[in-house]
Design a binder for this molecule. Structure first.
Ligand code: SF4
Length: 293
């Protein structure tokens, strides 16, 4: 059991008018957010900036990853009005860049791909100037399902590797390392700006971090996020160590030297943390100009 959180993990408390407006937008549209469901430590900061990450396809996940706070079990029926309400919330928040994620829906024949596509199209229709970043599950590696999502043309496709290869079975359980890499590779091969992320402090070793970053790079990933794992409840995987800001800086430099266009690395970094800024940096990278969806 580790001692209390180090000072660099102290996050901003939720307050202020913009925070309240963000909360009202989420509640008035009956939406779920990963910010709430995953107990994200950045809610105070992000919601006070007027940004929330909507989570579609319900708030019950069919998987039971040992790092994740989202409820698992039998999901409820599909909410077919959700895409329009997501678009309405994005319009109300006036986002230039929105991030949408989902629970895993292995119970659905298409893994939720058609709802994903409907959501992207609804945002495009309602907010034509908003960039849409999607953070999806792995669709059990079925690239024909991923293609349904990609055909709706998100601006950025994200699927998180989460951890190193050795820890996939104990931590991600039903997910598979090679399968996640193949999903990323498929997106990159289709020319989509492709993003992925890792948590540190869950038991990984240095050489394993090198390996997973190298594999992500070889799969065509251009944008990477790296943050500290935080144990949501005593029943989840234990924190192995507090990773220092200096080590996060090291991985940022290392990743940039390896060839990623953008590496966001820090104790409180999450996939959607300052995603608008990562995207802006990516778009300034000359290499990225080659990528066209
Ligand atoms: S980092 Fe992402 S999940 Fe966390 S509060 Fe910000 S937008 Fe929500």
């Amino acid at each position: 059991m580790l001692k209390s959180k180090p000072r660099w993990l102290k996050a901003k408390l939720p307050t202020g008018a913009v925070y309240r407006e963000t909360r009202e937008t989420v509640e008035n549209n009956s939406l779920h957010t990963v910010c709430q469901s995953a107990q994200c430590p950045n809610m105070g900061e992000c919601w006070s900036r007027g940004t929330a990450t909507v989570m579609i396809l319900g708030n019950i996940c069919t998987r039971a990853c040992r790092f994740c706070a989202i409820d698992t079990g039998r999901p409820t029926e599909l909410d077919l009005g959700e895409p329009a309400r997501v678009a309405q919330a994005v319009a109300k928040m006036n986002l230039k860049h929105c991030v949408v994620t989902s629970v895993a829906r292995d119970d659905l024949k298409d893994g939720g791909a058609s709802v994903w596509a409907a959501t992207i199209r609804a945002i495009r229709h309602r907010c034509p100037n908003t960039a849409v970043e999607v953070l999806t599950a792995d669709f059990l590696g079925k690239t024909e399902l991923l293609d349904i999502v990609l055909d709706a043309k998100p601006d950025i496709f994200n699927h998180n590797m989460e951890t190193v290869e050795r820890l996939h079975r104990p931590i991600r359980k039903t997910a598979k390392y090679e399968r996640s890499l193949s999903i990323l590779e498929h997106s990159a091969n289709r020319g989509f700006p492709t993003k992925s992320g890792l948590m540190l402090g869950i038991g990984e070793k240095e050489d394993e971090i090198v390996d997973v970053l190298t594999d992500m790079h070889d799969a065509g990933v251009r944008i990477v996020t790296i943050g500290q794992y935080l144990q949501p409840t005593p029943g989840h995987a234990e924190i192995d160590r507090w990773v220092t800001p200096e080590e996060f800086d090291h991985w940022k430099q290392w990743g940039l030297e390896l060839g990623f266009d953008v590496v966001e690395s820090g104790p409180l970094v999450r996939s959607s943390y300052h995603a608008d800024e990562q995207s802006a940096r990516y778009n300034r990278s000359p290499e990225s100009q080659k990528a066209t969806a």
